[in-house]
Design a protein around this ligand. Structure first.
Ligand SMILES: Cc1ncc(COP(=O)(O)O)c(C=O)c1O
Length: 488
């Protein structure tokens, strides 16, 4: 094992010390020619393997740099990484308590703490591959409640219909496909100008589906939408859910950690009344991919809904069978993902996460303030959370299609410069640059990895602008007390 640990040590050293672009824009055909990918009859030396692993690192986007804004995660969380390494070393599996005794108890503690934050006093839950699976399970739970016989008998002509906002994540569409209600029976309820689900339109859509002879069963709210980070209003939607007897789910994949903060947790007021809740620890909690969680308000629903089979060889009845989490899961083999989340939480404490959320919210606000003051930037949508969707808008004469082309090109130029990997996104017909402002605390709110926003060559030079401001009296303080998601 030692020689492999030496290789790991050397790779970690390189990862931390080598100055590499945040993103290398290279065509797949060219990369295929550069890399030694062929799997051959004869095995290779450790040196060859080492080189290939180094290539892997060098050509992967560097998610730990401050210029990485492409996805809703970034950085390296060291205590979590340590937990991840130990989980791989022991290769524990989570079918039964016996196969993963400590892992099972750790997972139960993580679930208990998350449920406490949501307000599910008698809740349970399980770790899943990610929020997409959590949303899928939520839809299965809702279907099981309205129609328990469906688990055995199938749909038998029933036409079920689910409701999410037009800002919901595409995993809801996938879930509608997988559970077999059909994508057309996932209704996109209108969102308002703040990107929040409109409760009146929700009521209207439910009524309409009833008139069409369909069976409504599920309302999926989003806490922290993918593009602008808005939070659907829980209380009015919960009233509607209760009135029609529908399951209320909250997809908190991105925004759930707001619950750590006394100052901001009101965004999710009433979430304790929902039936289920998705939480993705691999996003804002920065544990290595993947670490999703599905939580339920009541206990017993998961097993009721998903369990089946395995009793004759795996799920034996013994004094620990109540701890066999495998019967709550749609997976068979399941990694001990709890270890990385538990390690991070144990190391930083709940207070560490609270501080992180509040620091990042401060930085986001400062960034928004700068954009607001700048004559050539326009903010496209409100930023209640850590997403900031803004446009470079050098002139009021430009049409939306021209602005879109310009902003898309800026994203490409930033990536090509190797300075920042950032994406564009569209909200209510306007396309802008989506900054995930502050996934790490040493991120300077005023730059994109020290890269000024480049101006496409064909645009007038007077459009040039630099967002880079190295110091500012109202800049929020940089907290460096914990190990979350270190940036470089
Ligand atoms: C709101 C929301 N829900 C669900 C998901 C899917 O998460 P995962 O990639 O963990 O399946 C995302 C991913 O960005 C998301 O933003």
């Amino acid at each position: 094992m030692n020689k492999y640990v030496e290789v790991l040590d050397s790779l970690v050293n390189d990862y931390e010390s080598i100055d590499r672009p945040v993103f290398k824009d290279i065509k797949a055909v060219d990369l295929t020619n550069i890399l030694d990918l062929k799997l051959t009859d004869q095995g290779c030396s450790l040196e060859v393997l080492h080189r290939s692993l180094k290539d892997f690192m060098d050509y992967s986007p560097d998610v730990s740099q401050t210029g990485f804004h492409k996805q809703l995660y970034s950085g390296v969380n060291e205590p979590a990484l340590l937990g991840e390494w130990v989980a791989s070393l022991t290769n524990s599996v989570m079918h039964t308590y016996k196969m993963g005794p400590v892992a099972t108890l750790m997972e139960l503690e993580v679930i208990r703490q998350l449920n406490k934050l949501v307000g599910f006093e008698k809740g349970e839950g399980i770790m899943v591959s990610g929020a997409s699976q959590a949303n899928l399970i939520a839809m299965m739970l809702a279907r099981h409640r309205i129609c328990p016989q469906l688990k055995k008998e199938g749909y038998q002509g029933r036409s079920l219909v689910a409701f999410v906002s037009d800002q919901a994540h595409y995993s809801m569409q996938r879930a509608a496909n997988i559970i077999g209600i059909g994508e057309n029976n996932l209704i996109a309820v209108n969102s308002d100008e703040n990107g929040k689900m409109d409760p009146e339109n929700l009521r209207f859509c439910i009524e309409k589906s009833i008139e069409q002879g369909k069976l409504p069963f599920f309302i999926g709210l989003t806490a922290g939408t993918t593009v602008i980070g808005s939070f659907d209003p829980v209380m009015p939607c919960n009233e509607i859910a209760k009135f029609y007897g529908l399951w209320l789910h909250i997809d908190g994949a991105w925004g759930a950690p707001i619950l750590f903060s006394e100052r901001y947790k009101d965004y999710l007021s009433g979430c304790d009344q929902a039936d289920s809740f998705t939480w993705d620890a691999h996003k804002l909690m920065n544990v290595p991919l993947t670490a999703g969680v599905i939580l339920t308000r009541e206990t017993g629903q998961l097993k009721d809904c998903v369990a089946g089979g395995g009793g004759n060889y795996l799920f034996h009845q013994d004094e620990n069978s109540a701890f066999n989490m495998g019967e709550l899961s749609i997976q068979s083999a399941r990694r001990a993902d709890c270890l990385k989340l538990w390690s991070s939480w144990k190391s930083e404490g709940t207070q560490g996460y609270l501080k992180k959320i509040e620091t990042l919210q401060n930085k986001k606000s400062y960034f928004v303030e700068l954009l607001d003051k700048h004559p050539k930037f326009s903010i496209i949508a409100p930023s209640p959370f850590l997403n900031v969707l803004f446009q470079f808008k050098p002139s009021n004469q430009l049409h939306e299609s021209e602005l879109r082309a310009l902003n898309v090109e800026i994203c490409k130029l930033l990536a090509a410069s190797g300075g920042a990997f950032i994406d564009y996104a569209c909200f209510k017909g306007r396309t802008g640059i989506r900054a995930i402002t502050c996934l790490r605390e040493n991120f300077s709110a005023t730059n994109f990895g020290n890269t000024a926003i480049p101006v496409p060559a064909h645009t007038a030079s007077s459009w040039e602008l630099k967002l880079h401001v190295s110091s500012h009296s109202s800049a929020p303080p940089v907290s460096s007390e914990n190990h979350f998601a270190k940036g470089r």
